[in-house]
Design a protein around this ligand. Sequence first.
Ligand SMILES: *[C@@H]1O[C@H](CO)[C@@H](O)[C@H](O)[C@H]1NC(C)=O
Ligand SMILES: *[C@@H]1O[C@H](CO)[C@@H](O)[C@H](O)[C@H]1NC(C)=O
Ligand SMILES: *[C@@H]1O[C@H](CO)[C@@H](O)[C@H](O)[C@H]1NC(C)=O
Ligand SMILES: *[C@@H]1O[C@H](CO)[C@@H](O)[C@H](O)[C@H]1NC(C)=O
Length: 186
Amino acid sequence: MERRLILTWVLVLCTAMAPCQGYYSHSKPYVPPKEKVTKLHFFFHDIISGKNPTAILVARPNFSTAFNDTPIPFGSVYATDDPITVGPNLTSGVIGNARGLWTSTGQDVLTLVVYWDIGFTQGKFNGSSISVFSRNPITQTERELAIVGGRGKFRMAKGFALLKTHFADFSTGDAVVECNATVIHH
Ligand SMILES: *[C@@H]1O[C@H](CO)[C@@H](O)[C@H](O)[C@H]1NC(C)=O
Ligand SMILES: *[C@@H]1O[C@H](CO)[C@@H](O)[C@H](O)[C@H]1NC(C)=O
Ligand SMILES: *[C@@H]1O[C@H](CO)[C@@H](O)[C@H](O)[C@H]1NC(C)=O
Ligand SMILES: *[C@@H]1O[C@H](CO)[C@@H](O)[C@H](O)[C@H]1NC(C)=O
């Protein structure tokens, strides 16, 4: 009696699992190629004002929160397609873009958290990108952001980006920021 019950269960389980098989396979342990270290230097342009903003407000609280007198009150969410350039001037040559979101996340001090895929459109790293997920304490002139991943030539990336505000207008929210990124990748 008990044996029959077990057999029935085995049959039920096998039938239930059958359609789920075949979507994975095991391979030998991943042997990573030798690590490379790439240093990048660029400027990004985060422009909220004017006719061609690169950062767009997609949501904000419908009541008063901290920093309500700025374009980036606590709780606001912006989507970005920030051009990145070799020099501080937009005319210096666009080499990529910082796409994603940032949110105003500080109640005591104006600060952001950025969720960015910074992609390159020129030269050796055309088509490759680095993933940034980090707080960005914008009131500090110099700050560090975490690089948590990457695509293409930056596969399996990790690293850090040192930022320095080149220009900022806290009334409009516009900023041009210098970035030195150190990327460790495969
Ligand atoms: C904000 O939105 C919530 C949810 O829709 C609503 O209940 C609340 O009344 C709104 N507050 C104001 C100040 O409009
Ligand atoms: C950027 O370059 C243009 C053309 O070279 C120049 O007219 C403009 O003043 C420059 N802007 C800044 C902020 O240096
Ligand atoms: C970058 O890559 C894209 C897609 O492969 C290609 O269309 C474009 O011409 C490349 N640009 C440069 C400057 O190499
Ligand atoms: C980036 O590195 C350059 C060259 O070492 C230096 O002049 C610049 O101040 C650095 N900028 C940042 C934001 O770290």
